[in-house]
Design a protein around this ligand. Structure first.
Ligand code: SF4
Length: 64
């Protein structure tokens, strides 16, 4: 089963890094927190590198 990225919104500080790096996968929701609206918008290794590893508060995780 494909891995799907999700954002722990309680921890997200809305820095915008994942939204800027992967705008085809992440966006801000109405609360101003990042959300993964299109899990298949980028390859898994790209999501790992550009979002999960890059998030300053490590609040993006894989859900299987
Ligand atoms: Fe939130 Fe992390 Fe994305 Fe920044 S990189 S907007 S803290 S999920």
């Amino acid at each position: 089963m494909a891995k799907i990225a999700w954002v722990d919104e309680d921890v997200c500080i809305s820095c915008g890094l994942c939204v800027n790096n992967l705008s085809g996968v992440f966006r801000f929701n109405d609360d101003g927190k990042a959300e993964c609206y299109n899990p298949e918008g980028a390859a898994e290794d790209e999501i790992q590198r550009e979002a999960i590893d890059a998030c300053p508060v490590s609040c993006i995780h894989w859900k299987e």
